[in-house]
Design a protein around this ligand. Structure first.
Ligand code: NI
Length: 175
């Protein structure tokens, strides 16, 4: 299991539509372990394949925030929102590919999601609250959509400029 580098916006690999997974291979299992390790280390509550430069439809999440609760790591392959509530919810979202930037995003409050598990079985589950926001945010990544795409252009450009600067600084530090 290893922690992999997370791509930082702007990066063309974050804007691509990811391809469906056709085979649950050992390589995919290893990838999902790495994704969970990378997410927990960040720390974050969700991570999608494209954020590691992997153009495949796989996400991991664990929205258990309390130290007193058992962790609940989930791996979803080819996840799809199949139902969403009319009722909306506003959450202040962030993203491991857009470090330290947060903004309110409005999304359906509840969603029903179906996905293929590492067990090869089709799963369907309802999500609410932070889990619903997180799973929608991660599925968006598979379609090349970032949470800043929901913001007004000016705000989005401001955040993007900050990220360009951050990447330049990081590149300088690394060289
Ligand atoms: Ni994200």
């Amino acid at each position: 299991m290893s922690i992999r580098p997370i791509l930082i916006h702007p990066d063309p690999r974050l804007k691509k539509v990811a391809a469906p997974v056709v085979d649950i291979s050992d390589e995919l299992r290893a990838l999902s372990d790495d994704m969970l390790a990378t997410m927990y280390a960040a720390p974050g509550i969700g991570l999608a394949g494209p954020q590691l430069g992997i153009g495949q439809r796989i996400i991991v999440l664990d929205c258990v925030k309390s130290e007193d609760e058992e962790p609940n790591p989930m791996v979803m392959i080819n996840p799809k929102v199949i139902e969403e509530s009319d009722e909306l919810n506003v959450y202040e979202e962030g993203c491991l590919s857009i470090p330290e930037m947060y903004a309110e995003v409005t999304r359906p409050k509840e969603v029903k999601v179906s996905w293929l598990g590492l067990d090869g079985e089709e799963h369907t589950q309802d999500f609410d609250g932070l889990w619903a926001t997180c799973v929608q945010h991660e599925i968006d990544h598979l379609d090349g959509v970032l949470f800043i795409d929901y913001l007004k252009p000016l705000k989005r450009q401001l955040i993007t400029r900050k990220m360009v600067k951050l990447k330049r600084e990081r590149a300088r530090e690394a060289s």
